[in-house]
Design a protein around this ligand. Sequence first.
Ligand SMILES: [Ca+2]
Ligand SMILES: [Ca+2]
Length: 455
Amino acid sequence: MPRSSHARTRFLTMPLLAVVAFLLIFAASAAADSTPIPEAPTFPVIADSLTLPFTLEGGGEIEVAVLEEGQTKAAAQWAVTSSLPLGPYEGKNIVVLARKAGVTDEGDWFESTYKVRESFPPGTEVEIPGNPSVGVVGSSPTYRGWATGWEDYEPGPNVEPQWAHPSEVEGGVGGTGYENNAGVCTLGDHGKITLTFGSPIIDQPGYDFAVFENGFRISGTTESDFLEFARVEVSSDGTHFVRFDSASIQEETVAAYGATEAKYIGGLAGTDLNGYGTPFDLESLRDKQAVREGLVDLDDVNYVRIVDVVGNGEDLDSFGHPTYGSGGFDLRGVGVFHQRDVGITTPEVTWKSPSAMSIATSVSPGTKGEQEVQIELAREADYADPQVVGGGTVGAEDAYKAFDAEVNGLFSNQTYAYRIVSTGPGGEETSTPWHSFVKSPAAIEGSSAIRLRTR
Ligand SMILES: [Ca+2]
Ligand SMILES: [Ca+2]
């Protein structure tokens, strides 16, 4: 009996130890995993009629504090609540803090800065004192780069083939009013497209990129516009996306092709008129879970996804309100204010005569300072000794700058190669691959008679 009793004790103890060990490991990993952090919708500018709702994964009490200008975190007055009406802060710039009750580590707090105003930014060229309109015209030198490609274009069911032109979203956006307003890719109901960039978008102070639609002002009005909206999402790896919050404070429904005032809409693309980009600040996404978990790196944004909002009220904003007044979004492009690397557009060649061609490219300095640009031409046999056929300087504050070079006296049936080399202040080089081609005797007027390949 003693023997069997002993055996039974061991039999019970082993799994119990295993369970205890498992619980200890689980508790340790949960602690390392991080304290849950409250979330709330974030906007650089927010309408004072809204109330911020706070949520906490896994539940529990939330404490919220508001810092007005000049106040420090040490002086924060915390209150247990899950909502914050913004009315009392009209016209002020505030920092909102939120934490799981009792959490003292500032790294585990929600923290976001809001300009609390009478409305959202009022839209292109509309003046509301203290509430700037922020659409940035496409010709502005503050744009440092543009979308260079696209993928995953999924138009809605109501897109006519003549408007399904995803390649229209590549490159710069020029013109305002009705100029170039048909150079668009139409998304249609719930349609979407993902844009790619030659150099990652990064979060620097202020707005980081802007999205262009082709809205227009209703004639005879000063702020009623025909606008169409889309949600904006960003990703580092093309798989994990994080979405900007949105808000619609428009009470009434808007008839199809009816007018909207941009000041009723926050956080959606499309609130600015044709030729003006609606800007987005990556900073707004700092406290989103996918960012905190490292799934999206705001200093390495390589994808911007634009998703159409259907304006019949079925699409809800971050507060649960319906969004009205939007038809199929027409995307013109995405411009970048803060880009990490030197950007060089893929050079293009054009034949000028049977023996002469031009090579054209554009270069943006990103955050890398003034760039010396060279267009190099070589015979395939001796890349080591290329001839510089064109180039120049791009200033540190410049946007993309165009360069071209005309090359004469090319021999038939010779293999040539060209590339673009951009050199920064410290001598660091960025270059395209060598693009090689065979000069065919028939080559003239367009590049169809040459064979291009990339090494
Ligand atoms: Ca920013
Ligand atoms: Ca449109």
